[in-house]
Structures are given as structure tokens and as C-alpha cells.
Design a binder for this molecule. Structure first.
Ligand SMILES: Cc1ncc(COP(=O)(O)O)c(C=O)c1O
Length: 484
């Protein structure tokens, strides 16, 4: 059962944190006169008076309350919480990488540049594109980079003022409309058809010469691969627009379909979704952008080139400029490089095969108990609906809270938008879950569905075994109280 957790400061006992058993320092004192402006001279720090062992136990205990991919199934749809292989960590922590300084002369960092260059080439190969920038520090940052490239492309052809709109399917990832707005475009929503694909008639109607392009999430956030993708990219190109690919879900398509061959002009990837780099509390991420040759001059600066036997940074001719300090999230680049090298071509293909197989297996276990709107095979994730349970006054939120009592992290809920799937439960098991863990997860959701009929109150009032019950979720995220 949950126990009340004290703050470290509340554990203070005067004299508990004594250090007087340490020998006197024999380092001569230095005058601090010239640092007076840096010295705190008011509001002295209130530090807890605790022993080292108290502090360690306190933080270890707090850490044990966390749930992570290393503890169990973490089925957050759209977030791809996949296992982070330890070999990635070993390589990213090699002193030759961690001791580098980004201002070092290029001839002293040739190994690091080689890793960046080769990763650029691997990502170009995987996506079927011509050139890559590793700079963007998140998927959404990659989106903004790609859309700014599209904008500059149209401007360079004298069409910037004319093309002010971006088409975004209603099954796109939520960051896509935000990106279009940040790049100062007017966002136009494209409705899905009854199968969850882009409505082609609407696309033909809306795709005019005032449109700069389309942002397509593929597979979509419904976990569906749009079989009309070639037609979609053709319709957009015929009107002079460009096709942006949200390729964050590449986990489902590696070695199977290349964005370049499907007609996309530019695409971003999420190294933390597909290439197993860690999601550390929303970061540090990496969202490289890959593009066709006609967009390469607009890539952010710098990118790595190979000349003879050396590697160097170059500035693309018509670059959109710098999109961040230095050169992206280098430690993530090393991890993704390690992942790709460890798997090889066949291995990456089988990653996608297992991601899709696991999702379809889980879907087949759950679709009798939870409503499935689009009755199709899914890709790496699928979206169920809790509408039947809602009719019995138990919401999707109640169901996933109850899932925590069964020891599982909840899936993503209420996304995509309710107009597409009400009471949505978006589940992504990833390729690294075994059949046993998929069975156990399905068993829990099926048991909860049974409880909805037999003991709905236990679901409505869940969770019952976690440290924190039901916080006010919107205040907790918008106005977190992190003070003591
Ligand atoms: C399809 C898709 N696009 C974009 C993003 C945004 O990526 P990030 O959270 O790194 O900004 C995500 C994140 O999960 C995603 O799933």
C-alpha cells in the first residue's frame, strides 16, 4: 500500500548531516575578493540536515516509485517507448565521445564527424532521401525545420506570398498543426474517409495553388498505412505543393517502404522512437530531417560532408540557417548509430516486422472486449475505443487508471481527436515485448472489462495501489506545485 513520502527537508534532524569526521582541508584558502558579485549574500540556502545514507535511501525510494520501460510494458501509443539497448549506452559513454568539446578544431574530432556523416548516410538510405541534417533536437523541432525548408523553397521560386496554407489530415500527429502555425502558415484540416484514410475527394478540392504542401503522418496516428499514398503525393505535386512526411513512426516501415519512393519531399525521424535512444522526461531527443535533392540547399547549417578522407562541416547554399546551438544532440546520434550498426539491414527490417506483428497480435486479443472503429490490420499501433464501457458510466480514463493496479503503464488516451475515435485507447506494444508480456497485458485489460460489468465502482475509483491516486491532471501539468 502507498506510504506517505516525506520531503528530504522534513527529514532534517539538527546535527545529523555532520561532516566533522572528515580531516581538515590542507588546500590553501584563495581570496574570493574578485568574485564578490557571485557570492550569495542573502537568503541563505536551507539545506536538509540529513546523513548521506538518509539522502541516498530517500532518492532510491523515490526512484523505485517510477515506472519505466525497464520495469514493464509501456504501451504509450504514438510515443514508442521501446527498450534502450545497453550497448548504445556503452558506446555513447566512451571517453572519446564524452570528452569532446564542440568548439574543438575539426581535425581533432574526425571520429565524431565520421559517426555523424555515416548516420546521415544511413538515414538517407532508410528513408530513400538524398541528404540529411542531424540538427533538430526533437520530432517537433524536425517538423519545424522541414516546414521552414518548404517555405524557403517556395520563396526562392517567388511563390512564398501566394502559398500560405498547409493541409493536415485529421489523423496527423498533434504537433503537425502546431508546427504549421509556428511557421506562420494557415492550417487546413483534411478529413479522413470511412476507412481512416485521407479523403481523396476532399484533398482534390482543397489542394489549390494557394497551398504550400501537406503534412502526412505515415503510418497515421490511427496506426494505419494509407494505401493511397502515391495518389496523395501526386495530387499535391500536380498543384506545385510539396509533401512533408512525419516519419516519426518509421518503426513500422523500416526496410519495407521508403518515404522518398512514396513521393515525399522531406521527412523527419524521431531517433527516440525508432532508433532506441532514450526518452528522458520529454528529452533529450533528436529529430533528424531527410530530404530530396531539390530541398538539400535549404537544410539547416551545418551538415557533415566527406572530402577525400576527411570529414568537415559545410553550410548548404540556401540554408534556412541554424536551428540550434552546435550540432544536434550528439550523444543521441551515437546511440542511434550504434542501434543501426548492431541491427544491420536485415535486423532493422525485422524490427519493423515484429513491431507490426506484436501490435496486430495484441489487437486480435483485445478487439472483442474493446470497440475497434476501423476494422483493418494495423501497423505498429492501434486505436481502440472505450465507448461501450462509457455507456456503462466507466470512462477510458477510469480503465487506464485501473490498469495501473494491475502493474501496467497506461496507454495513450483521448488521442487522436474524439471526432475520429471517441474514448480512444491508443496502444503501441513495440517489437521488444515478448508474447508472454503481451498476453499478460491483454489479460489485464480483459479483466478490467469484466470488472466494468461486475464491479464498476472499483474501476471508477482506481487506482488503489499507487502512491498517488487521482491528481487533478490539468492543474498538475499546467500549474505544477513543485515547491516545498
Ligand atoms: C508521429 C509523431 N510525430 C511527431 C512527434 C513529436 O516528436 P517529439 O515529441 O520528439 O517532439 C511524435 C512524438 O511522439 C510522433 O509520434
Amino acid at each position: 500500500m502507498p506510504v506517505e513520502t516525506k520531503l528530504l527537508i522534513e527529514m532534517s534532524v539538527p546535527g545529523r548531516g555532520r561532516r566533522d569526521y572528515l580531516p581538515e582541508s590542507d588546500v590553501p584558502e584563495t581570496s574570493l575578493d574578485e568574485y564578490q558579485d557571485l557570492i550569495r549574500n542573502k537568503d541563505s540556502l536551507i539545506l536538509p540536515d540529513v546523513a548521506e545514507s538518509d539522502a541516498i535511501r530517500h532518492f532510491e525510494y523515490l526512484g523505485s516509485l517510477n515506472y519505466s520501460i525497464d520495469r514493464g510494458v509501456y504501451p504509450l501509443g504514438s510515443c514508442t517507448m521501446k527498450y534502450n539497448p545497453r550497448v548504445n549506452e556503452t558506446l555513447a559513454n566512451l571517453p572519446g565521445f564524452t570528452h569532446l568539446h564542440p568548439n574543438q578544431p575539426m581535425e581533432t574530432v574526425q571520429g565524431a564527424l565520421q559517426v555523424m556523416y555515416e548516420l546521415q548516410r544511413y538515414l538517407a538510405e532508410i528513408t530513400g532521401m538524398y541528404a540529411v541534417s542531424l540538427d533538430p533536437k526533437a520530432g517537433a523541432h524536425g517538423e519545424l525545420t522541414g516546414i521552414l525548408m518548404i517555405k524557403k523553397y517556395h520563396e526562392s521560386r517567388g511563390e512564398g506570398a501566394k502559398r500560405r496554407k498547409i493541409l493536415i489530415p485529421d489523423s496527423a500527429h498533434g504537433t503537425n498543426p502546431a508546427t504549421a502555425a509556428m511557421a506562420d502558415y494557415e492550417e487546413v484540416t483534411l478529413p479522413s474517409d470511412i476507412n481512416g484514410n485521407v479523403n481523396l475527394d476532399e484533398l482534390r478540392k482543397l489542394m489549390t495553388e494557394k497551398v504550400a504542401g501537406i503534412m502526412m503522418t505515415l503510418p497515421s496516428t490511427l496506426g494505419l498505412f494509407d494505401p493511397n499514398i502515391l495518389e496523395i503525393t501526386q495530387i499535391v505535386h500536380e498543384k506545385g505543393g510539396l509533401v512533408y512526411g512525419d516519419g516519426a513512426n518509421q518503426n513500422a516501415t523500416m526496410g519495407k517502404a521508403k518515404f522518398g519512393e512514396l513521393g515525399f519531399d522531406v521527412v523527419h525521424l524521431n531517433l527516440h522512437k525508432t532508433f532506441s535512444t532514450p526518452h528522458g522526461g520529454g528529452g533529450p531527443g533528436a529529430g533528424p530531417v531527410a530530404c530530396k535533392e531539390h530541398l538539400a540547399p535549404f537544410l539547416p547549417s551545418p551538415i557533415v560532408e566527406k572530402m577525400d578522407d576527411s570529414y568537415l562541416f559545410i553550410k548548404p547554399d540556401n540554408t534556412i540557417g541554424k536551428i540550434g546551438e552546435y550540432y544536434g544532440n550528439f550523444a543521441m546520434v551515437v546511440r542511434a548509430y550504434a542501434y543501426i550498426r548492431a541491427h544491420g539491414e536485415e535486423g532493422l527490417r525485422s524490427v519493423s516486422e515484429y513491431a507490426v506483428l506484436n501490435a496486430n497480435y495484441l489487437l486480435s486479443l483485445l478487439q472483442d472486449d474493446y470497440y475497434l472503429k476501423f476494422k483493418r490490420r494495423c501497423m505498429h499501433e492501434f486505436v481502440l475505443s472505450g465507448i461501450r464501457q462509457k455507456a456503462k458510466n466507466v470512462s477510458t480514463m477510469d480503465i487506464v487508471k485501473r490498469l495501473m493496479d494491475y502493474g501496467f503503464h497506461p496507454p495513450t488516451v483521448y488521442f487522436p481527436q474524439k471526432q475520429i475515435v471517441p474514448e480512444a485507447l491508443m496502444i503501441e506494444p513495440t517489437e521488444t515485448e515478448s508474447k508472454d508480456s503481451l498476453d499478460a497485458f491483454a489479460k489485464a485489460l480483459i479483466a478490467i472489462n469484466k470488472e466494468v460489468d461486475e464491479n464498476p465502482e472499483i474501476v471508477r475509483t482506481a487506482p488503489h495501489t499507487t502512491q498517488i491516486g487521482r491528481p487533478d491532471e490539468s492543474s498538475a501539468s499546467r500549474n505544477p506545485d513543485i515547491h516545498w
